[in-house]
Unconditional design. Structure first.
Length: 94
């Protein structure tokens, strides 16, 4: 994944569970970078963010990230469920 895609994935993960010492978003990006589901999900999230807000996911405010996650839950339920499950597992695993 590119640095911009990683930043987008971290922002999405941080929208699921706000960042803390577990750094779930950062840790997810380290492990999910090669997954096709994540690549396609981040690509779709970037497109939706640009469509709705005129900028990429990594530039969105927290309330915009939450709105974007609701969009992704409807449009890409498989990606949203995997993201939520992985972020939760990382967070709870610490």
């Amino acid at each position: 994944m590119t640095p911009q895609e990683i930043a987008a994935l971290v922002a999405l993960a941080d929208g699921i569970i706000p960042p803390d010492n577990a750094r779930a978003g950062e840790r997810l990006a380290e492990h999910a970078g090669s997954g096709e589901l994540y690549r396609k999900g981040v690509e779709a999230a970037q497109a939706a963010a640009r469509e709705k807000y005129g900028r990429g996911v990594e530039a969105l405010q927290p309330e915009e990230i939450h709105a974007l996650l609701r969009i992704l839950r409807e449009r890409l339920p498989g990606f949203f469920k995997q993201l939520r499950m992985d972020v939760s597992a990382i967070y709870l695993g610490d």
